[in-house]
Design a protein around this ligand. Structure first.
Ligand code: GCV
Length: 712
C-alpha cells in the first residue's frame, strides 16, 4: 500500500546499532543526514510513515540487530504490533533465504533475516503479498566497481569513487565510513552481497599493504550489512610488486608469491571473497604471455584461495586483433578447457559475445560450458547506452538475456537456468553487475539510473522477475509521495493512473527506443571515436585496430549491410546449439532484431513487414526519435507529481536525449545512405544535421573535434 500522507517525515536511518563501531562519528553522521534531503541520495529507501512496533529477535549478532533496527525504522503496518525475527535452521531455506508471514521473519542466518526484513518492508510499501518463502537465484550477487586507486572510475558517470581518493590518499574519514555504510545498506536492501572494490584493469598497487589496510576498513563496514569484499588482481603483480622476473603461473616462485599474498590478505580480511581477473584482454597481462592457458592461470589463483574459501572470477572477455570475428573468440578460447577449471573458479561471461551493446544475442558460452562454473556479467553503468544522460531502464535487456533459451539441455535451458545451478551443478553460483555508483549525491549521476542498480539487485536475487514488476516497485519506492507537505493533494488513483502507469511505460519502452535510435536490426558498435556515447559509423583511422572501429561491425557497402556470421561468413552462428544455429542461419527464421548481427543483406532485402532493409532502418531510427520525444512530453505532464529538483533533473536530461537521438538518426542514416544510394521514404522526417558537420564534432559536447574523427 502506498502511503500518501504523513504528518512528519522521519529519518529512517539511525546509527544506533553501530554506536560501538563508529561512536566518534555519530555527531558528524547525524549532522550530515539533512544535507541529502530531496536530492535522490536516499534512493528507494526514502523516509516513510513509521508506526511503532515491538520486535523480538533470538539473535544478538550485529547484523541481526541491524535487521531489528531496520524493521522498527521502516514499519508502515499497524501501530503497536509485535513482530518476531527468528533465526533457526530450516532446510527449505538456503543460507540467505527467508520466510515471511505477517508477524514473522524467519531465516537460517542473520543476513537472511536482514534480507527478509528489507523484503517485508518493500512488500508493505508496494502492496504485495506478505506471506512468502524466498531463496536467492545466485549465492553471490556482486557489484564490480571499475574504480581506480586514484579515485577515477572507468566508464563511471557519477563522479569519483566512493572507495578511493583522487589524491591517492589512504586516509579514511568518518564521512567515508558513513557513505560506505549507506552504500552497504542500499546493496543489502536489494540482496547484493558482494563488492569488487577496484577496476578489472587492475593496478597492482591495490595488493600492497597500505591499500590492503584500507580494504580492511571498507570490508569492516560492508560486512555489517552482509557484504563480502573482493579485489581485482593484476596478473603481473609478482613482477611489479614481488620483483620476480616472471608471472608464469607454473613457476614455483610465482605460485609461492601468490600463496603468500593470499595468506597476507586473509590475515587482514579473514572473510575476503576472492579475486576477479581480466587476463590477456585489451593489453592486460595473463598466462598466454608465458604460453600458458586460462586454466593454468585461473587454477593457480584457485589453489591459493581454496584453503580460505575464496573464489576466482576469471573473465571470458577476451579478443585479439587477429581474430576474424571478435564475437567468436571467447567461445573458441574457453570451450576446449571445459571441465579443467577448479571448482572455486567461475568464468565470468558478459551478456553478449561482443561488449555490452544496446542489443546482442546471448553469449554462446552460456549453457555450452557444462562442466565449468559460469556467471553472467551485466553492465549497470551505461557505457554504451547514453551514460548518465539517456533514460534507459536496463531490466528489459537483462530479462531478455536471462530468459533466452540456449537449448543446451533441451527447450527451457535458459541463460538463467544454465547459470543458477538448476541445470548444471556448480559449487558456487554468482552474477555480477558493473556498478554505476560514484560520489554524486544521487549516487548514479541521474535519478533513473538508480533504477538500474535496483534492477540488478532484484534480478540477482530472483532471475525470474520481470522488468514490469521491478519498475513498478522502484517507482513506488522512489517517487510515491511521502508527506502531505511534499505534494499537492491528489488521490491514490490519480497517482497510479497518471504517474505510476505513465512512468512505467516510459521505463519499459526505453531500452527498445534506445536500440531504435542507436543501432536497430542487429547493428552494433556504431560508436564515435571519443567515448562510447554518440554515433560514429564512419570512424576508422588507419592506426586503430579494425575491431575497435564501427565499419568492422556494420560492413555497410554498396551491396548491403550487416556482419555475415553464417557458415559462409565467420561461422559464429555455429557456436549456438540447435535449433538456434539453423534458426539464426536462415534469413526466413532469423529474428529481425538480430538480422544484421548475423547476416549481410542487400539494401533491398525485404523484411516481414514487406519493407526493404533500407526502409526499415529508416523507420526504426525515426521511431526511436519519436519515442524519446514522447517520453519528454509525458514527463512534462507529470510535473505535479514530482518534487522540483528531481523533475528538473530528469527534464533536462530528456532534452539532451531527444537531441542526441536526432543526432544518431541523422548520422547513421546519412552515412548509410552513401552506400544504399536510396532516397528516404516519403514519410520520413528529414535530417536536421549535415553528415560532414556530424563527422567533425564530438557528439557529447557537439563541439569541434580533432581530425581523428574523420573517415579514412
Ligand atoms: C574495464 C570495454 C570497456 C572497457 C572495459 C572493458 C572490460 O572494452 O570499454 O573500458 O575495461 O570493456 O570489460 O574489461
Amino acid at each position: 500500500m502506498i502511503i500518501f500522507t504523513q504528518p512528519k517525515a522521519k529519518a529512517v536511518f539511525s546509527f544506533k546499532p553501530y554506536r560501538r563501531l563508529f561512536s566518534a562519528a555519530l555527531f558528524l553522521l547525524f549532522s550530515a543526514q539533512s544535507l541529502f534531503a530531496d536530492n535522490g541520495h536516499e534512493l528507494w529507501l526514502r523516509n516513510k510513515q513509521v508506526n511503532p512496533i515491538k520486535v523480538i529477535c533470538n539473535n544478538k549478532s550485529q547484523t541481526a540487530q541491524i535487521a531489528v533496527h531496520e524493521l522498527k525504522a521502516g514499519w508502515s503496518g499497524g501501530a503497536g504490533e509485535t513482530v518476531n525475527i527468528m533465526i533457526k535452521t530450516d532446510r527449505s531455506l538456503q543460507q540467505d533465504g527467508y520466510k515471511l508471514s505477517p508477524h514473522l521473519i524467519q531465516a537460517n542466518t542473520a543476513t537472511g533475516a536482514l534480507y527478509g526484513v528489507f523484503d517485508f518492508l518493500r512488500r508493505q510499501q508496494t502492496g504485495q503479498e506478505l506471506s512468502i518463502t524466498s531463496n536467492p537465484s545466485y549465492q553471490r550477487r556482486i557489484l564490480d566497481h571499475w574504480d581506480n586507486p586514484d579515485g577515477s572510475i572507468e566508464r563511471g558517470y557519477a563522479g569519483n569513487s566512493i572507495f578511493w581518493r583522487k589524491e591517492d590518499s589512504l586516509t579514511v574519514t568518518l564521512d567515508d565510513k558513513k557513505l560506505w555504510l549507506e552504500y552497504a545498506r542500499a546493496d543489502a536492501s536489494i540482496g547484493i552481497n558482494g563488492a569488487v572494490l577496484n577496476n578489472v584493469n587492475a593496478s597492482p598497487r591495490v595488493l600492497t599493504e597500505p591499500y590492503l589496510k584500507k580494504v580492511k576498513e571498507i570490508a569492516d563496514v560492508l560486512r555489517t550489512y552482509g557484504i563480502k569484499t573482493y579485489l581485482s588482481a593484476n596478473f603481473a603483480s609478482p613482477i611489479s610488486l614481488g620483483k620476480l622476473k616472471t608471472a608464469d603461473p607454473l613457476d614455483p616462485a610465482v605460485i609461492a608469491w601468490w600463496n603468500n599474498k593470499v595468506k597476507e590478505i586473509y590475515k587482514i580480511i579473514p572473510d575476503f571473497g576472492g579475486f576477479l581477473i581480466k587476463a590477456n584482454s585489451e593489453g592486460q597481462p595473463g598466462p598466454q604471455d608465458y604460453k600458458r592457458t586460462h586454466v593454468d592461470g585461473a587454477n593457480m589463483f584457485a589453489d591459493a584461495l581454496k584453503p580460505y574459501g575464496g573464489i576466482v572470477m576469471w573473465r571470458a572477455f577476451v579478443y585479439n586483433a587477429n581474430e576474424h570475428d571478435r564475437a567468436k573468440q571467447a567461445y573458441s578460447e574457453f570451450m576446449p578447457f571445459d571441465g579443467q577449471f577448479r571448482s572455486n573458479v567461475i568464468i565470468q561471461v558478459k551478456n553478449g559475445p561482443v561488449d555490452f551493446q544496446p542489443r546482442e544475442p546471448f553469449s554462446p558460452l552460456f549453457g555450452a560450458l557444462k562442466k565449468t562454473a559460469i556467471m553472467p556479467e551485466l553492465q549497470v553503468t551505461k557505457e554504451y547506452l547514453g551514460e548518465n544522460i539517456h533514460l534507459v531502464f536496463l531490466a528489459s535487456m537483462w530479462e531478455e538475456l536471462l530468459k533466452s533459451d540456449t537449448y543446451q539441455q533441451g527447450a527451457g535451458s535458459t541463460v538463467a537456468h544454465c547459470t543458477d545451478g538448476s541445470i548444471y551443478k556448480q559449487q558456487y553460483t554468482a552474477i555480477a553487475g558493473v556498478s554505476n555508483i560514484g560520489l554524486d549525491s544521487n549516487w548514479c549521476g541521474s535519478n533513473f539510473d538508480q533504477a538500474n542498480w535496483y534492477a540488478f539487485g532484484r534480478l540477482a536475487w530472483n532471475n525470474q522477475l520481470n522488468s514490469s514488476q521491478i519498475a513498478d516497485e522502484w517507482i513506488k519506492l522512489t517517487f510515491a509521495p511521502l508527506t502531505a507537505k511534499d505534494q499537492p493533494a491528489f488521490k491514490k488513483t490519480d497517482w497510479n493512473n497518471n504517474f505510476l502507469t505513465r512512468v512505467k511505460n516510459i521505463m519499459l519502452t526505453s531500452r527498445e527506443a534506445a536500440v531504435n535510435y542507436m543501432m536497430p536490426l542487429g547493428l552494433h558498435h556504431l560508436f564515435s571515436a571519443f567515448r562510447h556515447y554518440g554515433p560514429g559509423p564512419w570512424y576508422a583511422p588507419k592506426n586503430v585496430r579494425t575491431d575497435w572501429t564501427p565499419p568492422y561491425y556494420h560492413k555497410a557497402a554498396p551491396d548491403g549491410i550487416g556482419f555475415d556470421r553464417t557458415q559462409s561468413g565467420s561461422g559464429a552462428i555455429q557456436q549456438y546449439h540447435e535449433p538456434l544455429a539453423t534458426q539464426f542461419s536462415d534469413l526466413k527464421t532469423c529474428p529481425e532484431i538480430y538480422l544484421l548481427w548475423f547476416h549481410h543483406v542487400s539494401w533491398d532485402f525485404r523484411l516481414k513487414s514487406g519493407a526493404t532493409v533500407w526502409e526499415e532502418l529508416c523507420h526504426h531510427y525515426q521511431n526511436g526519435v519519436a519515442s524519446v520525444r514522447d517520453f519528454q512530453k509525458e514527463w512534462d505532464n507529470l510535473q505535479p507529481y514530482v518534487d522540483q529538483q528531481r523533475f528538473e533533473e530528469v527534464q533536462s536530461k530528456l532534452r539532451k536525449q531527444c537531441h542526441d537521438a536526432q543526432v544518431y538518426k541523422d548520422a547513421c542514416l546519412l552515412y548509410f545512405q552513401q552506400y544504399s544510394k536510396l532516397p528516404f521514404p516519403s514519410d520520413l522526417e528529414r535530417p536536421i544535421y549535415d553528415l560532414q558537420y556530424l563527422e567533425s564534432i564530438d557528439p557529447l559536447t557537439m563541439e569541434k573535434a580533432p581530425v581523428l574523427n574523420r573517415r579514412k
